[in-house]
Design a protein around this ligand. Structure first.
Ligand code: ANZ
Ligand code: ZN
Length: 859
């Protein structure tokens, strides 16, 4: 018998597919289109097991849909701009373009080894001028549509390197290279007006039924709609400022009588005005700013305030005043950058009040508690209840009190109901080289002038240096000096580049016509969009998907996407992670190939020290628990890697990579090959005419085959790839027990079973399946063959109805496979709804089964 040689077979079929251009997509109005996309990779240099899992899943879908008659688009590209390339330039002196191109070249080779049914003719990288040119065009169009603007905002500033840092370059508040404490600085930056679409982006989530509920929830929380009030507080006269009132935002206006202080953000205009007039305020503000700009940094920082000495008047009681603080926990970008604090009903306010000795005035009393007995200790009360100590609100529920406060304040003009969103506008300016240049020109006469479409792309210059900190574009000797397109005067190019999230916010649309000389082609984008199935990691559940949804809308408004493509991704699947055990010896992490099994257990290859085995966690370089896909493919072939990835756990859950599992997958393919290879020469020729009647053995096999077709089809459609794999194992097992000599007609059923198993396994192990198909004498390649159809009649016959009795009386009936044995029938009878209800918690004494006839439960 021929041993199955994965390396040879896989190379052969990849070449065949490539020669026949099997996976190049073309518009075809005759067939239903299907666009399947996996999140494109960042070209870090090597593919990892997470990629293997992601792309194997996408490939199952693509191959399955193709076999089912869909016109499939399944493209691949590279999310190629970004910081690591620049870091490589700084650290190793290699140009970001060269580093990126080389990484792409090696990762492309690795991906090709996986035998993915990708349309490589559509490949692009986001750093291709031919891609970012169109991104610049979209930016300019978005500017014209009012979706882009400039404003001054805070950035992370490294005071030693004199450079702006991305959030990921700030580690525990320190600059990643300098180690110096990072400061917040104001800088003029570009923004996308995503907050304008907050309501739309929120509402449309309801329609995305084929998205995981948890992702929709994360998006909802990120958008963070909150309905509250904007309320005016007057400032008591003072000699520090002429400002006479302050707008605050609250979602708990019911607690207004519990207010015991007011607070403004350190970035509030009033704080800026008071800064140099009050001793100690300026250093306080500087210190707060040093804590970093990220929301998380502000959330986690200790709550601190500075008493300005100013007083706010209570809106319902001008004689009552509360102190005004400048506080580090009030964000300028949310609401109005000013709050009133109600310590009794907000934990943060309570901590603050305890720290600064402020009043704690409970105004919402929990149900079943007497107002007189109610007091606040170290925990704020945030539950439901009735209003107390609140004059005209007393006795009302929270909702009633909110309505009453809203009514009164609106009537006097002191307040207005307001919806706020947590979602802020998207700052896209990066003071970096390796990104898409923002295509605008600053002219002293004309202001900001967009680069005319005819002058695009604004190319990144190649001759840049990384020997000093800061933005290489900014210090380039000539690049930024241009003539104003509008008046011809000497002008300056924008030296900021776009956040790389912009690059990945519309690539899916570009794949529909990657060579078009405009951003999209109406026919192509109209035919292919939306993406029918998007697959990727849950780590992109918020920003990437939200930004893509925003761009889709922006592209629609600017005419680059047809109406029905406003939501870019019809269905979304988020796969789990790939995990592996961790190993430690001599106090160091060891990789799986630095250890070896001995009689005394696992030891370190280098030192012989005993290895401690840790839990299975996400593969990561820092824990060294990574397995290199290239090594696995070289050893077992791509099919084995794919099969194991798909077989072990449900796709949405984490999977643990083990050597034993990979070997088992390999052995299964070997065994299946022996079955096919051993039988192939003894089977009736393909397409021979079946005998008129079949023996029992042959019909049983047929039934198992068609059951497998029905089940695998259902499982792939439902993203239950592990179950599909299990069905294939089961069918293989049945085939393995068939005696080819049993009957004259068994060969027909056996041929059908073997052909079917090749077809069903093809989405997962495509090279193997092609080889098996060919070995079975088929001339047409499997990739160009339609998916098998289950003969429903065969399956119907296969099910019978059995009566179920309890103590001899008929109580219910079950539908069961005709061949079901005692165990299966017992279980089915006892789990039948009617019988379960009938039995209650009485345990049956015994169950009498006559297979094919009846089940009797004896109590
Ligand atoms: C008074 C109050 C009393 C509040 C109470 C809460 C509980 P969401 O739901 O997220 O919108 N707030 C308003 N603007 C803020 C800002 N710029 N920075 C920090 N906090 C701000 O949160 C709204 C609540 O967060 C508002 O309601 C306000 O505090 C605070 F018992 O007002 B509340
Ligand atoms: Zn000009």
């Amino acid at each position: 018998p021929n041993r199955y040689d994965a390396q040879r077979v896989e190379r052969k079929w990849r070449e065949t597919w490539e020669d026949r251009r099997c996976f190049e997509a073309h518009r075809d109005p005759e067939r239903p289109k299907y666009y399947v996309l996996e999140m494109f990779p960042y070209p870090s240099g090597r593919i990892h097991m997470g990629h293997v899992r992601n792309y194997a899943m996408g490939d199952v879908v693509a191959r399955f849909k193709r076999a089912r008659g869909h016109n499939v688009l399944h493209p691949m590209g590279w999310d190629a701009f970004g910081l690591p390339a620049e870091n490589a330039a700084v650290e190793r002196g290699v140009h970001p373009a060269k580093w990126t191109r080389e990484n792409i070249a090696s990762m492309r080779e690795q991906l090709k080894q996986m035998g993915l049914s990708l349309d490589w003719s559509r490949e692009f990288a986001t750093c291709d001028p031919d891609y970012y040119k169109h991104q610049q065009r979209l930016f300019v169009d978005m500017m014209a549509a009012g979706l882009v603007y400039q404003k001054s905002s805070m950035v992370n500033w490294d005071p030693v390197d004199n450079t702006v840092l991305a959030n990921e370059q700030v580690i525990d508040g320190m600059g990643w290279r300098s180690g110096a404490p990072v400061e917040r600085r104001e800088l003029t930056q570009w923004f996308f007006r995503i907050s304008d679409m907050a309501e739309e982006l929120l509402e449309a989530l309801d329609g995305l039924n084929a998205w995981p509920e948890k992702v929709r929830l994360m998006q909802r929380n990120w958008i963070g709609r909150s309905a509250g009030m904007q309320i005016r507080f007057d400032l008591a006269p003072n000699d520090l400022t002429d400002v006479s009132e302050l707008e605050i935002y609250t979602t708990r206006h019911d607690t207004l009588f519990g207010a015991s202080f007011g607070a403004i953000s350190v970035d509030h205009p009033l704080a800026a005005e008071l800064k140099d007039k009050i001793d100690g305020l300026s250093p306080f503000i500087d210190e707060c700013r040093r804590a970093g700009t990220s929301e998380a940094a502000m959330e986690n920082a200790e709550k601190r305030g500075f008493d300005t000495g100013l007083q706010l008047r209570h809106p319902f009681d001008p004689d009552r005043t509360i102190p005004l603080f400048v506080a580090n926990f009030v964000l300028m970008e949310y609401g109005s950058g000013a709050i009133f604090g109600c310590p009794a009903h907000d934990q943060r306010d309570l901590d603050f009040a305890r720290k600064y000795g402020l009043d704690v005035l409970p105004v919402v009393c929990p149900p079943e508690v007497a107002a007189a007995d109610f007091s606040i200790g170290s925990e704020a009360y945030v539950g439901p209840g009735r209003l107390i100590r609140s004059r005209f609100l007393d006795g009302m529920s929270i909702e009633e009190a909110k309505a009453e406060v809203a009514r009164r304040l609106t009537a006097t003009g002191a307040g207005a109901e307001k919806v706020n969103y947590r979602l802020r506008d998207w700052g896209v300016s990066r003071q970096r080289y390796w990104g898409c240049p923002i295509p605008v020109i600053h002219c002293k006469n004309c202001g900001v002038v967009p680069t005319p479409a005819a002058d695009l792309p604004v190319l990144l210059p190649e001759d840049v240096t990384f020997d000093q900190p800061g933005n290489p574009l900014d210090r380039h000797p000539t690049w930024k000096h241009v003539a104003c397109p509008s008046c011809g005067a000497d002008a300056r190019r924008e030296t900021d580049t776009m956040d790389t999230f912009a690059d990945s916010s519309w690539y899916f649309a570009r794949f529909t016509a990657p060579d078009c000389d405009e951003p999209t082609d109406p026919d192509d984008v109209g035919y292919w969009m939306n993406v029918d199935q998007y697959i990727g990691g849950v780590e992109h559940a918020i920003l990437h998907l939200l930004y893509s949804r925003f761009w889709a809308r922006a592209m629609h408004r600017t005419g680059w996407l047809p109406v029905r493509a406003i939501e870019p991704f019809d269905a979304l699947f988020t796969q789990g992670m790939v995990c592996h055990e961790t190993y430690r010896a001599d106090g160091k992490w060891l990789s799986p190939d630095e250890i070896v099994a001995t009689d005394d257990g696992l030891v370190s290859v280098a030192t012989g020290a005993k290895v401690e085995v840790g839990p299975s966690i996400k593969m990561s370089k820092s824990k060294k628990n990574v397995v290199d896909p290239e090594a696995i493919i070289a050893r077992y072939g791509a099919d084995t890697a794919r099969w194991f990835m798909l077989s072990d756990s449900p796709p949405e859950r984490d999977v643990e990579w083990t050597t034993a599992g990979a070997e088992a997958a390999w052995r299964f393919l070997q065994k299946l090959w022996r079955l096919i290879d051993g039988a192939a020469d003894r089977l009736p020729a393909p397409d021979s005419v079946w005998p008129a009647t079949l023996s029992k053995a042959a019909s049983d096999l047929r039934r198992a085959t068609h059951r497998a077709i029905a089940d695998v089809t259902r499982d792939i459609e439902g993203f239950a790839f592990n179950k599909a794999v299990a069905e294939i194992y089961r069918l293989a097992n049945i085939i393995g027990h068939v005696d080819p000599e049993a009957n004259a007609d068994i060969g027909f059923a056996l041929r059908e079973a073997l052909e079917t198993i090749a077809q069903l396994a093809a989405p997962m192990v495509p090279h193997f399946a092609e080889e098996a198909w060919e070995r079975l004498g088929q001339r047409r390649i499997l990739t160009e063959t339609a998916w098998p159809r289950a003969d429903l009649e065969l399956l119907m016959e296969a099910e019978i109805t059995l009566p179920v009795q309890v103590n001899g009386k008929r109580r219910s009936e079950i539908r069961a496979p005709a061949e079901a044995g005692r165990e299966v029938l017992t279980e089915m009878a006892l789990t039948d709804e009617t019988i379960r209800r009938f039995l209650g918690d009485r345990a049956p004494k015994k169950v009498v089964v006559v297979p094919g006839r009846i089940v009797n439960v004896v109590l």
